[in-house]
Design a protein around this ligand. Structure first.
Ligand SMILES: [Zn+2]
Length: 272
């Protein structure tokens, strides 16, 4: 997930971050676009991910700001289906979690204590849904490890190590950017909980709600999504029109985004 602080009017400090991020992003995009082989760009596009701002990172590539695709992920396409909620809301799944009902354990390490509370906040949101997937925080290890690492100063807040694998298991890592100042000073637990709920969403198969046009939540980013040509499942009776509050929007404006009606429809559809 990435920050988009344009609507976060909390003073000069964050305005400074905004301008710094934009400047840095522009530079990064230009530099990295030249560094990514065309073959890799085509593989990313074929899987329906945006090829805008692809970053080479250790062991693979980061796409759409917060999704890590390993070289293995790229050479073994994992397409899935598109899930349409209303006319605008779109979630796209790759593989889903299998062996339901199931409890997925999550541990937190190498992060400030507030992240433990934020993890509990995210877990509580999922568990309140009454899904066949539940989450439980454990002291160490577990199916998913939430851990801190320096993801740079470009506004990236966190990333998921991909989507469920072919066996229906979640990726085992969510990385939160622990570079000083990434989350400003005194961030709200609800916001951090939203970020974690977002990254957890990827681990159980959710794509970005606005994957067709990331400018919807990310502002300045160009719309440049790949076309995977896969089928769509439309969920009848769901609201039409844009939804500025989904927890799976690609960028955050710093606000709390608990599951809204469309989000709940999508979660229930896949895992109730
Ligand atoms: Zn994301």
């Amino acid at each position: 997930m990435k920050s988009n602080f344009k609507t976060l009017a909390t003073g000069v400090a964050l305005s400074t971050i905004l301008f710094a991020c934009q400047k840095e992003n522009k530079t990064q995009t230009t530099v990295n676009a030249n560094a990514i082989p065309v073959e890799v760009i085509n593989q990313i596009k074929a899987q329906g991910f945006s090829t805008d701002g692809v970053e080479k990172v250790d062991g693979g590539y980061r796409v759409e700001n917060d999704i890590f695709l390993s070289t293995e992920d790229l050479t073994h396409p994992n397409m899935g289906v598109m899930l349409r909620v209303g006319d605008e809301e779109q979630y796209r799944t790759t593989n889903l979690i299998k062996s339901l009902p199931r409890t997925i354990t999550i541990s937190v390490s190498n992060l400030d204590a507030i992240w433990t509370t934020a993890t509990d906040t995210a877990i509580a949101r999922y568990n309140a849904m009454g899904l066949r997937i539940t989450f439980q925080r454990v002291a160490s290890g577990g199916a998913i490890g939430v851990t801190g690492a320096d993801l740079g100063g470009g506004g990236v807040l966190g990333q998921s190590s991909g989507f469920p694998d072919a066996n229906g298991n979640p990726p085992n890592k969510i990385t939160i950017n622990n570079r000083a100042g990434t989350f400003g000073t005194n961030p709200s637990v609800q916001w951090l909980g939203t970020i974690l709920a977002h990254e957890i969403g990827h681990t159980i198969g959710f794509r970005h709600t606005d994957y067709k046009n990331r400018a919807y939540s990310c502002g300045g980013f160009r719309s440049n999504e790949g076309s995977a040509g896969v089928g769509a499942i439309y969920i009848p009776g769901t609201a039409t029109g844009g939804d500025p509050n989904s927890w799976m929007l690609a960028c955050t404006d710093g606000s709390n985004r608990p599951f809204n009606a469309n989000d709940k429809t999508a979660l229930n559809y896949l895992y109730k």
